[in-house]
Design a protein around this ligand. Structure first.
Ligand code: MF3
Ligand code: CO
Ligand code: CO
Length: 264
């Protein structure tokens, strides 16, 4: 099964949905601090998405068993799909917050790392290198790039820092569906895999572990953690392949366009 090429009308809807997802992360910034619970963050996001944006939080009731909350909050050794709970964030925590909204039938999906108080040097470095994996891959996105090139860029950069790439979870096509074809894995060989075409929309969302790459799922059937309990980080954007490059549909005001789009 191949990727869906979006029409001009669909692309406009993807831009709107992507902007809304980015707005949630920007709104959330001031709320992510020591003492707040991840469930309080969930409520803030849920109310904002539903009441201010008139949109739908895609995670709520998604999948089997149905995901019980409106956002994912993945703290420290949680790789992804962390369920908001009544545990307070504490000084030194790193937390990924993953937002997916549905607006007018189309999805915008994005996540970023927040650092609470003063993180360790190791945590800070892991968070930065993981964002660099995402940005280095985004910079190269254009028609003719292959899926294996995306994976290779992420894997090479993470492993150069002695980190590991999670293999069990990946990026994905996105549009009217939350998770569409193709799968975008964050490891691989250059020049392999399907070619990108104008009008494709997909996410890149590398998960990088400070220790080994292996993961396990907790008994709640959602929370994914590192097997060795090492720290893990993730950043995600929703992208559109344009005629000659890429448009980041979930770009935030706090992002440096030079770092996202241009060669360093
Ligand atoms: N937002 C996640 C992704 O990037 C998926 C979360 S599924 C959920 O694909 F059910 F856990 F919300
Ligand atoms: Co996501
Ligand atoms: Co995603």
């Amino acid at each position: 099964m191949a990727a869906i090429i979006k029409t001009a009308e669909e692309i406009e809807k993807m831009r709107v949905a992507g902007k809304l997802a980015a707005d949630v992360l920007m709104m959330l910034g001031e709320h992510v601090k020591k003492g707040v619970t991840t469930d309080e963050l969930n409520t803030i996001c849920h109310d904002y998405i539903v009441n201010v944006q008139n949109a739908i939080p895609a995670p709520l009731n998604y999948g089997h068993p149905p995901f019980p909350k409106s956002i994912c909050t993945s703290v420290n050794h949680v790789i992804c799909h962390g369920i908001p709970a009544d545990k307070k964030l504490k000084d030194g925590d790193i937390v990924n917050i993953d937002i997916t909204v549905i607006k007018d039938g189309y999805h915008g999906d994005t996540s970023k790392m927040f650092m609470v108080g003063k993180p360790s040097i190791l945590a800070e470095r892991l968070v930065r290198v993981t964002q660099e994996c995402l940005y280095k891959a985004i910079k190269e996105v254009k028609p003719g790039m292959r899926l294996g090139d995306i994976g290779h860029i992420c894997q090479t950069h993470a492993e150069a820092h002695n980190y590991s790439i999670v293999r069990e979870y990946c990026g994905h096509g996105i549009g009217a569906g939350f998770h569409e074809e193709p799968q975008i894995v964050h490891y691989g060989r250059p020049g392999t895999g399907d070619e990108l075409l104008p009008g494709m929309c997909f996410t890149i969302e590398p998960m990088v572990n400070a220790g080994k790459r292996y993961s396990k799922i907790l008994p709640d059937q959602w929370t994914v953690v590192t097997k060795d309990r090492s720290l893990s980080a993730q950043w995600e954007h929703t992208l559109l392949v344009t005629d000659d490059g890429v448009e980041v549909l979930t770009l935030r005001d706090d992002e440096d366009l030079e770092r996202v789009y241009h060669h360093s």
